[in-house]
Design a protein around this ligand. Structure first.
Ligand code: UDP
Ligand code: MG
Length: 319
């Protein structure tokens, strides 16, 4: 049995980031309420409108007017999915928090499964999209992210991109308190969780609209991830630098000896060009990585708010 909770302290809080999802919201809320009303838990859902340009906000307001379970947060512009989830995290009242995509790719019917798993004693339960309905081009980066993140964070997960996840409130509060300016939530959660479970969840094709993640946004996320969670990349670069320098030295020696024995070689010029390019490339990489860390420090010391909330709606106060 879930612990008793009062009216304004629901047991379960669902957080859903929304960015131009007008075609999915009504069905999403309908399916979510059917599922959760049939569950033993009291619940709320927090929709965070991440600066949608379509009718999403109007729809959300209508949904909220009809169903007091719904609570709304609206950003003044688009800050990205992870920021939207953070804003939701700051509002949650439940002891268990579930995040979900608004595009119906994560079926709302899977939420009880996650919560049940969490109640087995996990701090975080992550969904794992077994049969993923996305293009191959979209799957490869995800696979890479999972590999890299598992390494960097030290928690092995098969799917680090799945946003159908459940958290204990303490983990969510720790994440909110961390005030990271750019954060990859699944990785951050694992830092604060003592036990992480993973269960297979269904994955549907995007019901309507299109994915908001282009390849550029994904690369940015990965860079964030690598530099945000460890200094390993910078150390690896240094080691690589030493190795390459040694190889270069060896090659230089070889060229000198060859010159003494065989005599000068004009065609070799192009080999040298090739070597030069390797070095230049490496230097640029190093500068880029340093810049990434510097930029991160710069962002942290400015203490700018991570997002600006334009409006919130709650049935709490009046109605
Ligand atoms: N999303 C958001 N802000 C953004 C991009 C996406 O709030 O800038 C939301 C979007 O509405 C959806 C979820 O994040 O609920 C996942 O987005 P999407 O389906 O585009 O990502 P994908 O499924 O391709 O990973
Ligand atoms: Mg999607």
């Amino acid at each position: 049995m879930p612990p008793a909770v009062t009216q304004n302290q629901p047991y379960l809080s669902v957080v859903i980031p929304v960015f131009n999802e007008e075609d999915n919201l009504v069905e999403l809320h309908a399916r979510l309420s059917v599922t959760l009303n049939a569950s033993p838990w009291s619940w709320e859902v927090i929709y965070v409108d991440d600066g949608s340009k379509d009718a999403s906000w109007e729809l959300l307001c209508r949904i909220q007017g009809q169903d007091p379970h719904a609570r709304l947060v609206r950003f003044n512009r688009n800050y990205g999915q992870h920021m939207a989830i953070f804003a939701g995290f700051e509002k949650v009242r439940g002891q268990v928090v579930v995040t979900l995509d608004a595009d119906l790719q994560n079926p709302p019917e899977e939420v009880p499964k996650l919560v049940a798993k969490l109640e087995e004693g996990f701090d975080v339960v992550s969904g794992w999209r077994q049969e993923r309905h996305d293009s191959v081009l979209r799957k490869i980066p995800t696979w890479l992210v999972a590999k890299v993140t598992s390494r960097v964070v030290g928690v092995q997960l098969k799917d680090y991109g799945c946003m159908l996840r459940a958290y204990r409130r303490e983990v969510v509060d720790a994440m909110s308190a961390s005030h990271e300016s750019s954060s990859y939530i699944p990785a951050l959660a694992n830092l604060y969780a003592s036990s992480v479970g993973e269960i297979p969840v269904a994955h549907a094709e995007r019901a309507a609209g299109r994915s908001k993640y282009g390849i550029l946004k994904l690369i940015k996320l990965n860079f964030d991830l690598m530099t945000g969670f460890s200094v390993l990349p910078i150390q690896m670069v240094s080691v690589l630098g030493v190795l390459i320098a040694l190889v270069g030295l060896g090659f230089g020696l070889f060229l000198i000896i060859r010159r003494l024995v065989v005599g000068p070689e004009v065609e070799g010029v192009f080999t040298l060009f090739a070597i030069l390019f390797v070095f230049v490339g490496l230097q640029i990489l190093v500068v880029g990585l340093m810049g990434e860390y510097l930029g991160r420090i710069y962002r942290e010391v400015r203490h700018r708010p991570r997002f600006v909330v334009r409006e919130t709606r709650d049935s709490e106060a009046g109605s």
